[in-house]
Design a protein around this ligand. Structure first.
Ligand code: ZN
Length: 195
């Protein structure tokens, strides 16, 4: 899948919306991304998983680890395309990311960490930390969309299907507010996790 094809698909299903939005961080942006809206279609999830897996064919990995919840479906599809296991990390009661449910990594097991969207890459960084803590070796990380604007800092090879530099502003600096507009809050209807 080429960049344009992916962008068109995401727009078609309403996963990328343009307008005037208040993100849950309180910042305003003209773009809102909700990957669940494309991943709800299994055929699209499979297609994106295959495309993302293709970006890592030069890496040999034994399993995929994804941060829950956003990374679950795409992680599963990437693992399917690579023919490897799909595990996930999730927050425990203390709020720490952990490998639970009896999931285990073999010592030195080579892991690809997969997420849906990177804004700061924080969840991916945490997942890499858990992999290392559990004795695995995180060799690479992938996402459908990188909206970090090149500010992503991961200590492994990082590749996304789509790089989007999406500006966001403090309300006082928001050009659309200055033009008299009012931001809507998709976060309250869609997801609390969108930064
Ligand atoms: Zn605004």
């Amino acid at each position: 899948m080429q960049r344009d094809e992916i962008l068109k698909l995401l727009e078609q299903v309403g996963a990328i919306r343009t307008g005037h939005f208040e993100l849950s961080s309180g910042r305003h942006s003209a773009t809102y991304i909700q990957c669940a809206l494309v991943l709800q279609h299994p055929q699209h999830a499979e297609q994106l998983g295959r495309a993302l897996a293709e970006r890592f064919k030069d890496h040999t990995v034994a399993c995929v680890v994804s941060p829950a919840l956003g990374g679950l479906i795409i992680g599963h599809e990437v693992a399917r395309a690579l023919g490897v296991r799909s595990l996930f990390v999730e927050r425990d009661r203390s709020g720490q990311m952990a490998l639970r449910r009896g999931f285990e990594l073999k010592p030195g097991e080579r892991v690809l960490v997969i997420e849906d969207v990177w804004t700061t890459g924080g969840s991916t960084r945490e997942a890499i930390g858990v992999v290392e803590q559990e004795g695995g070796l995180a060799v690479a990380a992938g996402a459908i969309i990188d909206r970090s604007g090149g500010r992503l800092e991961l200590n492994v090879t990082a590749r996304a299907l789509l790089e989007m530099d999406v500006p966001s502003y403090e309300p006082d600096d928001c050009p659309q507010c200055h033009a008299g507009g009012t931001a809507s809050r998709p976060g309250s209807r869609f997801s609390r996790s969108q930064p």
